[in-house]
Design a protein around this ligand. Structure first.
Ligand code: G6P
Length: 604
């Protein structure tokens, strides 16, 4: 970002504004700020980065509107809202000022500045907006000592495609002036209502953040069925909103719509610092939920949680963790019978998708349903074109994201309702209340069990993380260049003579670096993770996290293995089944030598 870089880029076209708006625009010269790049999902920075530099957000927002251009912004509608974290209230006001100066005619805002990511995505489509601005750093900790984040959603409500994020990043490097209107004070976004400015030339439409979202889920699920199921004597569940955005959504859905008691919801009030917690819906960050489930007196059939912005989900039962890969597989298996949105579709499900590092449990269900599975790079944006083209009806990722084609985002509460629908169907056919563990074991009995784990090496030096990938790229991947990947072996124990072997053979049979060509628009994404394939069909996948807001890197090592149904499979510990392949991956990747770590920081 130098003067010469800026001067070599043509100046952005200026919007033609209604005179009353034009008269209120304040133009402030600025210079590009380093590092305004986007990761897997928007920009995430330590909150202090923005608080300490009042030009930080205006610069970035100006880059958004410069990248979109007046042909897109003038006279159009934008949607804005976020997860309620610290600095969002300030940011909403900045978005309104820059949006008005860019010629937007209207901005829809969730009251209190709140909108979960799937609610934002739905509102973009419902209101015919050209896009949405999500103020969230997802599951990262919040507050002045935590992180802040922002992402742009496209017209379909989903994450901006890479071409647009590339234009935004280029625009951040060329920004010379920020144009923002002066409203003469903060706009009231606390309560629903239409606020009109400049004689109606600019309108702020503050809406109940939950209403349209609940209406949409009412199109997906039969709430009458769910309502009578959860009213069954003996039914109880808990949902942990983690003091983040999903509290009000969970209340609107579970309490006000389905009639469950308020005690169903844990940590239901959004707090600016998420109560000091880390709203990452994994068992490690939901101790109260795990404790509630462990209490036999509570008799819970379902435990669930969502993250900061409500797009991720955790599904658990008493002493039972449903892996995201299994959750997608089970939802796909039951979609055609338990979820009207899918069941009433002529021709059935068109296909499903999972990200490449996600263990392929859903592939077995898709094979049984005779529908295609698309394997995409990590990041929800890669599902977007498949959803838009109607090629997939469900998709999911190992990072606790699952959704259907009712919205172009992952959707935490959609998944929880999906599990309620699955439990209702399974309970109806069993003639008794059935919990998540029984459902998953039934799924394994029909399809076999896919074991999976993610080993996270958090805070390794960036150079060390890159060296691990480079070492594999130059070593085993190069060694298999031009060699076809062998067909998958028959499952361990499938010859039936000595039962299912729970430990696996770990001979490397292939390695490559994942590259993806979007089957709809032909866009190519290369360098999407190193894949190691082993003789028993198990996999190791390595990539660097794209959501880590720190200067260091998080190296992710994903492991999976398949075992057909048989004695001991249901109770096998994934650590035992995957230990052999994990050790071999660590050896091939020279993890200890290159990172200095003898063990992962966290196992998910
Ligand atoms: C965000 C995206 C997900 C993606 C995840 C990966 O949450 O919305 O689509 O799976 O990032 O995170 P990572 O840290 O592994 O890059």
């Amino acid at each position: 970002p130098t003067a010469s870089a800026a001067s070599s880029t043509p100046p952005p076209a200026l919007p033609t504004l209604p005179p009353a708006v034009a008269g209120a625009v304040v133009s402030t010269p600025t210079t590009p700020i380093d590092g305004q790049t986007t990761g897997t999902s928007g920009l995430r920075k330590p909150t202090a980065t923005l608080v300490d530099n009042p030009a930080y957000l205006p610069n970035l927002l100006q880059a958004y509107v410069n990248a979109l251009g007046p042909a897109t912004t003038v006279g159009a509608r934008l949607v804005v809202g976020g997860d309620g974290r610290y600095y969002n209230a300030t940011a909403v006001q900045t978005v309104l000022r820059v949006a008005a100066a860019a010629g937007f005619a209207a901005v829809t805002v969730g009251a209190g500045g709140l909108l979960s990511t799937p609610a934002l995505a739905g509102l973009v489509v419902k209101t015919g907006a050209v896009g949405g601005v999500g103020l969230t750093a997802s599951h990262n900790a919040a507050g002045l000592d935590g992180d802040w984040g922002i992402k742009f959603q496209g017209r379909n409500g989903g994450p901006a495609p890479e071409a647009l994020t590339d234009r935004i990043v280029a625009a951040t490097r060329a920004v010379t002036v920020v144009r923002a209107v002066d409203f003469g004070g903060p706009v009231n976004v606390a309560t629903p209502g239409v606020r009109s400015f400049f004689g109606g030339a600019f309108v702020v439409d503050v809406v109940d953040p939950t209403a349209a979202y609940v209406d949409r889920l009412a199109e997906v699920y039969d709430f009458d069925v769910l309502r009578s199921f959860v009213a069954t004597p003996g039914f109880a569940m808990r949902f942990d909103a983690m003091s983040a955005v999903t509290g009000p959504y969970a209340k609107a859905l579970f309490v006000d719509t389905l009639g469950l008691p308020p005690s169903t919801i844990l940590r239901g009030t959004p707090l600016e610092d998420f109560g000091g917690g880390h709203p990452d819906p994994s068992p490690a960050h939901t101790p109260a939920l795990v404790a509630a489930l462990a209490d036999p007196a509570a008799g819970l059939l379902l435990g669930a949680a969502s993250d900061g912005d409500g797009d991720r989900n955790l599904i658990v039962g008493p002493d039972f963790f449903v892996t995201p890969a299994d959750s997608l597989a089970v939802l796909t298996e039951f979609a055609g019978v338990a979820i009207p949105w899918f069941a009433n579709r002529p021709g059935g499900l068109p296909g499903v998708a999972r990200s490449m590092p996600t263990a392929p449990a859903v592939d077995r269900v898709a094979a049984a349903l005779r529908i295609p599975v698309y394997e995409t790079p990590t990041g929800w944006k890669y599902f977007g074109s498949l959803l838009d083209a109607g090629r997939i009806a469900l998709c999911g990722e190992e990072s606790f994201g699952t959704s259907g084609d009712h919205v172009a985002e992952k959707d935490g509460l959609w998944a929880v309702c999906g599990w309620l629908a699955v439990l209702a169907t399974a309970s109806a056919s069993a003639g008794r209340l059935v919990g998540v563990a029984d459902v998953v074991r039934g799924h394994w009995a029909r399809h076999g069990r896919t074991f999976s784990a993610r080993w996270d090496y958090i805070g390794v030096p960036g150079a060390a993380g890159r060296a691990v990938l480079a070492g594999l790229r130059d070593g085993v991947v190069a060694a298999f260049a031009g060699v076809d990947r062998p067909p998958p072996p028959p499952p361990v124990g499938s010859d039936g003579d000595d039962g299912v072997r729970l430990d696996g053979a770990t001979t490397l049979v292939h390695a490559d670096e994942f590259a993806y060509t979007d089957p709809v628009d032909g866009a190519v994404a290369a360098g999407q993770g190193i894949r190691l394939f082993f003789a028993d069909g198990s996999r190791g996948v390595l990539r660097l996290s794209g959501t880590d807001a720190t200067a260091a890197a998080t190296l992710r090592v994903y492991l999976d293995a398949y075992r057909p149904w048989g004695e001991g499979v249901a109770d096998a510990d994934p650590a035992d089944v995957l230990g052999g392949v994990g050790g071999e991956v660590a050896r091939l990747a020279r993890l200890e030598e290159l990172t200095g770590r003898v063990a992962p920081t966290a196992v998910v």
